[in-house]
Design a protein around this ligand. Sequence first.
Ligand SMILES: Cc1cc2nc3c(=O)[nH]c(=O)nc-3n(C[C@H](O)[C@H](O)[C@H](O)COP(=O)(O)OP(=O)(O)OC[C@H]3O[C@@H](n4cnc5c(N)ncnc54)[C@H](O)[C@@H]3O)c2cc1C
Ligand code: SF4
Length: 488
Amino acid sequence: MGKPTGFLEYQRVESNNRSVADRTRDYLEFHQELSLETTRQQAARCMDCGVSFCHAATMVEGESIGCPLANVIPEINDLVYRGIYTAAYQRLRMTHPFPEFTSRVCPALCEGSCTLGEHEMPVTIKEIERFLDGYAVDNELLVAKTSARRSGKKVAVVGSGPAGLACAYELNQLGEEVTVFERADRAGGLLMYGIPNMKLDKTIVQRRIDIMQQEGVHFEFNAEVGVNVPLSRLQSEFDAIVLCGGATKPRNISVPGSDLSGVVPAVDYLSDATRQLIHDQGEYSAKFDAQGKHVVVIGGGDTGTDCVATAIRQGAASVVQLEIMPEAALQRQPGNPWPLWPRVKKTDYGQLEALEIFGGDPREYLTTVEEITGDDSGKVCAVNTVRVDWQKIDNRMTPVPVTGSEQTRPADLVLVAMGFIGPEPTLLDTLGLDADARGNIQTIASSYQTSRSTVFSAGDMRRGQSLVVWAIMEGRDAAQQVHTFLVG
Ligand SMILES: Cc1cc2nc3c(=O)[nH]c(=O)nc-3n(C[C@H](O)[C@H](O)[C@H](O)COP(=O)(O)OP(=O)(O)OC[C@H]3O[C@@H](n4cnc5c(N)ncnc54)[C@H](O)[C@@H]3O)c2cc1C
Ligand code: SF4
């Protein structure tokens, strides 16, 4: 612990976001880095509490707590406080291949279980990670490193989201020859075509891909395994296959009118917005635009928030975000004590932007859609909603429509952000793999090995819709398992 009295002397400080007026005029990142001096003070708040839960990556009361990657956070904080930044970055990289991603998009599971957070505000662990990423870039620590050892084994990784990238990175460092097959035109999965640019600039994702290519990882783009890349090719050319195809099957809304033009899955909308941004004019023609439109987002989660923020940047006339669940409390409730992840109300960047621009929080809780209506040309023009009351019926909590609460809302664009139900069936079916009860790829305990011994799986495709940090952890650990399987 660098400064024993740090947690008594300094309050938690988070870095500033760009003002709403400024940031909603562009798609550049809105979150800024803390200054060096403030970062050191924030690192000094770490108490090195002995049994530090922040890096525990363990289960408490059936819930996972702490950083899934098991980053050694107290040691990193100590090194930062003492100004030994290169060592701090190297310490972070020992467990974490891509801090540049999580330091921008991670919900910071570590902070939910920081011991200081039991009575005070937790240490700003994510901001410190972000500072170290910036330090590494400024000091040329983020450079290609090739591994001298070569095992002579070849591995195909299917999918280039955070799980596939982490797996490919680790396998390459362990000495395998790795080829990543990606059906999109660029690598990154949801890091590239899902999470908006204002949260994670696409140059940051591309920078990592470039480094990995320099390190020797091969990428094949526009290559959909099971469609235009036959599985037989992977089976004959590679010693092992790792499936990291994500949980890309969206949960659809099954109400009358859901097939109208203008009712769009959230990821289609968000990836279209990113494609408009990163492809040259003329090379890509936009499919969706919220300019001047009344936008209704169905789903109050993070993907819905990304839709709200993107629609605002495109110049939407109004944005409403519907959420069927009740509003969460502002403080931890009984049954949700520290060090569990705090299930409290979060007002995120998109809602803050809507508050300032439209004068109100866009979220409407306990509200669902009964019908979507269209005009004569088959285009969406309104959404009929109703409030719900959650009641226990046959021992199950059920949303019951409240009579008289029906409302018709104008809607020119309806974005469905209701989550994902699992992986697409192509790879599972073609390889004849076992699925678990939720339809994800079944693997043997933590070996990441599927019902076929040379086929492994990691990330959302294996664990279901999750987080970037979990995908990186799974990709990293699956690589170790594949290496052990191939090399011993
Ligand atoms: C809009 C949105 C915003 C999000 N924001 C956050 C956030 O802020 N923070 C956070 O922690 N998490 C966030 N998440 C969740 C996070 O992005 C995912 O949990 C994570 O990306 C999963 O990683 P993955 O590698 O398993 O899969 P993915 O990122 O989904 O990548 C799978 C890749 O496999 C490719 N693929 C699929 N099938 C094939 C095939 N047959 N052949 C070749 N390629 C194939 C796909 O094209 C894709 O590139 C968000 C999710 C969404 C949808
Ligand atoms: S990756 Fe996420 S959970 Fe882990 S230390 Fe960083 S911010 Fe915390």
